[in-house]
Write a protein that binds this ligand. Structure first.
Ligand code: ES4
Ligand code: ZN
Length: 324
């Protein structure tokens, strides 16, 4: 099965590129930029990745990304991930990035965009890997700040495949960002949002009704609301589920308790993704393998999940046909 899953062409639709920063690269960039890390070694960093919830992860995630300073750093970050993903049979990657987490540290948007753009082109050329870019807003920051970031990104609007919404979910409902997402819609930029990971099913409804998103990131708590499940199924809304992330952030206690089999049973369109592979113990292939081990899914199920990801990706028709 490992061989089959490795060779199955997979698309990753839910990845935070800053969460793909492995401790080895974190240490190399810290040295290059003469930054002091709070860890004595790579092993100590990995040992610190023991989370109790989303916020305890976010604290280390924002601290870890402090080593990213130059366009070259962002290039190296993305290229390091693209190489690993390609090695495990990933043919297309849609990456969220968090401009506010860099702007607040004095890293200008053009630095981030230049680094990520160079890496995307190199991945296409050297690995045959396509990618999409999702500019995410931090929902625990004011909506006005998100709007300023969207306006500041004017030179890059053409390069954005979507805008997204991430960071601490509870207490930060999608409705807070209605104006920002309306502006994105007016600009013709597609929209996605994290909802129903730690937050209630109501946030999923709100993301659909008020933000007009085309995909829900996570969405696993929809099962608490049967009418919502029926709606997601009827409208064919795709959920980008991240099983190892849900275990590590204690959304579920054990992978065996994960709602994925019930979501599948309910007829929802699902994809399997890694979220923050460097922090949650594995990439897309590891997430597929964990599902195989926990749920005993057949090849046909994985073919369907991988197919859904390619259908739901921000891809041109030509590339989509080539991947199907
Ligand atoms: C994130 Cl809400 C969330 N989940 C996982 N990774 C993240 N990075 C930023 N926000
Ligand atoms: Zn996420």
């Amino acid at each position: 099965m490992r061989d089959f899953l490795e060779h199955l062409p997979k698309a990753e639709l839910h990845l935070h590129i800053e969460g793909s920063l492995e401790p080895e690269l974190m240490f190399a960039l810290a040295e290059r930029n003469r930054i002091q890390l709070p860890y004595a070694s790579v092993e100590q960093a990995r040992a610190a990745y023991d989370f109790s919830d989303l916020q305890s992860f976010l604290d280390l995630y924002y601290r870890g990304m402090s080593v990213l300073r130059t366009a070259e750093d962002f290039h190296d970050l993305a290229m390091d991930y693209f190489r690993r993903a390609s090695g495990e049979g990933v043919v297309h990657v849609e990456m969220h990035f968090d401009p506010q987490a860099h702007l607040s540290r004095g890293i200008p948007l053009p630095v981030v965009m230049e680094g990520l753009s160079l890496a995307r082109r190199a991945a296409e050329r050297e690995l045959g890997l396509s990618s999409a870019l999702i500019m995410a807003f931090l929902r625990d920051r004011p909506a006005e700040e998100a709007m300023q970031v969207l306006e500041r990104a004017a030179p890059y609007w053409e390069m954005l495949d979507a805008v997204g919404l991430d960071s601490a979910e509870r207490g930060n409902p999608p409705a807070k960002f209605v104006e920002v997402f309306e502006r994105a819609r007016a600009l013709g930029i597609p929209r996605v949002a994290h909802a129903g990971e730690e937050g209630p099913p109501e946030y999923i409804r709100e993301a659909l009704d008020r933000l007009d998103v085309c995909r829900i990131d996570h969405g696993v708590r929809c099962l608490e609301d049967p009418a919502l499940v029926a709606r997601l199924r009827d409208e064919g809304i795709v959920l980008t589920v991240c099983p190892l992330s849900n275990v590590r952030l204690k959304v579920v206690e054990r992978i065996e308790d994960h709602p994925l089999p019930r979501l599948l049973e309910a007829g929802l369109r699902l994809t399997i993704n890694s979220d923050d592979p460097a922090y949650f113990g594995g990439g897309v292939l590891d997430n597929y393998l964990a599902c195989h081990q926990a749920f005993g899914w057949s090849r046909e199920v994985f073919i369907e999940l991988a197919g859904t990801a390619i259908e739901a990706a921000f891809l041109g028709n030509e590339r989509r046909l080539a991947l199907h």
